[in-house]
Design a protein around this ligand. Structure first.
Ligand SMILES: Cc1cc2nc3c(=O)[nH]c(=O)nc-3n(C[C@H](O)[C@H](O)[C@H](O)COP(=O)(O)OP(=O)(O)OC[C@H]3O[C@@H](n4cnc5c(N)ncnc54)[C@H](O)[C@@H]3O)c2cc1C
Length: 427
């Protein structure tokens, strides 16, 4: 198969990239699962925006402080300055954010010194991503292929000419393209406890390592302090930071508070882990009782409902919470236009690393960052597209190389986890 641009992933970053590419270019989007099974659909808390010019310094400082001042300042500046445009675009696609008296209502999460987060109940990700997906499906130039797993890229002399993967029937297909965009999300599927979808296993990191594509900070992995404790298999259910932003508090097994709940995620997660160790318990308690019942039901209906299904009424009782793998700050190293170290290959969203989050992401910066830099990738591709030609002599993939899918999965997992460990040891 031959196309102009192939995008791997149908989360916010892949979809928004497609929407910003020229309509006269043929685009193929592939996704490992159904097109609505991405972490983007799971985002609860919201999306940050620069409320007004007076908030710039404070927003910049909050992002830097959360990132331990290891952030790339240029990336942070671009993200903040581009935020209003992204929100305007989203509203144009039909996304609804909470309003009060006709004006946007803002909420707050940990490590934010003011309320600057737009939200839609506690299903902001679903509200945004479903509208983007609908808009992409209306485009004649985009084809979405579901249940297609990329296992490799087509490369010659550090240039990318598309991808290789297998569909539902297990048959391998080449998708040759002038440009390839990795929008493959996080790596939570590699971990036992994670809030991420299990199919997000960082495949593109293994592919990048096999092709000497540069990575950055791949041991910077965010642990979310509060996910609902459960012994069930599968992903962990997130209890959004914004419940603490609205007043929820943490207790140890003696019902004593032990940390300022609004400190950055890594600090709160560490305090919880220490407390669990001290008390020899697999969880601590979170009380949402300081939040008025009506607000719980209107602002956090999904959390309220899910906890009820698990047997907890959050308006009346504490829930057990435990830290889990949540977000990947590192990834495939990209420049400010989301270009990787390989020609014709871009990476956007959670799998990319432009340094915007530093060592630790500020809550609700990731949906925004994903979209800001996906649009920049689209703009850069538009600029480059006029200058590239496609080489018809590219050889077809040798499917025999990938014949044992289960073995390949294990190999890729090992490659990535070993590299994360190696990076950790190097500090
Ligand atoms: C529970 C939860 C709550 C969150 N809450 C918030 C929040 O309130 N605010 C915020 O800003 N951020 C939040 N985040 C983070 C945010 O949702 C993600 O960082 C962001 O959506 C990532 O978007 P993405 O496009 O990079 O990846 P994703 O949305 O994860 O999409 C990845 C895509 O890549 C595809 N893919 C992966 N590997 C392959 C492969 N080998 N072949 C083919 N396809 C592949 C997947 O199938 C999927 O379509 C939350 C995350 C979680 C898990």
């Amino acid at each position: 198969m031959k196309t102009d641009i192939v995008i791997v992933g149908t989360g916010v970053s892949g979809l928004y990239c497609a929407l910003n590419l020229p309509r006269d270019k043929k685009i193929v989007m592939v996704t490992k699962a159904d097109d609505d099974k991405s972490d983007s659909f799971l985002a609860q808390g919201g999306i940050c925006v620069l409320k007004d010019e007076n908030d710039y310094d404070s927003y910049f400082e909050d992002t830097m402080r959360a990132g331990h001042y290891e952030n790339n300042k240029e990336s942070v500046d671009i993200m903040i300055r581009s935020s209003r445009d992204v929100i305007n675009d989203l509203v144009g696609y039909g996304v609804r954010f909470e309003k009060e008296n006709g004006e946007f209502a803002y909420t707050k999460e940990g490590a934010h010194s003011t309320s600057r987060i737009l939200f839609h109940e506690d299903i902001t990700g679903k509200e945004i991503t479903s509208h983007l997906l609908t808009s992409v499906k209306e485009l004649d130039n985009v084809t979405i292929i579901e249940n297609f797993t990329m296992v490799d890229i087509i490369e010659e002399n550090n240039e990318c000419f598309g991808i290789i993967g297998y569909g539902k029937d297990g048959k391998y297909i080449d998708i040759q393209a002038d440009f390839t965009v990795f929008a493959t999300g996080g790596i939570g599927g590699l971990y036992k406890h994670s809030t991420n979808y299990r199919h997000l296993t960082g495949d593109s990191l293994a592919i990048a390592l096999n092709h000497n594509i540069k990575l950055q900070n791949i041991d910077y992995i965010q642990i979310h302090p509060t996910t609902l404790y459960s012994t069930k298999k599968g992903r962990r259910f997130l209890i959004s930071e914004s419940v603490r932003g609205e007043g929820a508090v943490l207790f140890n097994s003696h019902m004593e508070r032990f940390v300022d709940e609004l400190l950055p995620r890594d600090v709160v997660a560490k305090a919880i882990q220490e407390e669990m160790k001290k008390d020899n318990k697999p969880y601590v308690w979170l009380s949402m009782k300081p939040i008025p019942t009506e607000m719980i039901k209107s602002h956090f209906p999904n959390i309220y409902k899910h906890c009820l299904e698990e047997g907890y009424d959050v308006t009346k009782e504490c829930i057990p919470v435990v830290p889990s793998q949540h977000y990947f700050m590192g990834g495939i190293k990209v420049d400010l236009s989301s270009k990787t170290s390989m020609n014709r290959l871009y990476a956007v969203g959670e799998i990319s690393c432009n340094g915007v989050h530093g060592k630790n992401r500020l809550a609700s910066n990731s949906l925004l960052e994903s979209m800001v830099f996906a649009k920049r990738a689209a703009q850069a591709i538009c600029g480059e597209i006029k200058t590239v030609t496609f080489d018809d002599t590219i050889k077809e993939a040798d499917a025999a190389l990938y014949a044992n899918i289960e073995k390949l999965k294990e190999e890729y997992k090992k490659i990535v986890l070993d590299e994360i460990e190696r990076e950790k040891q190097s500090h």
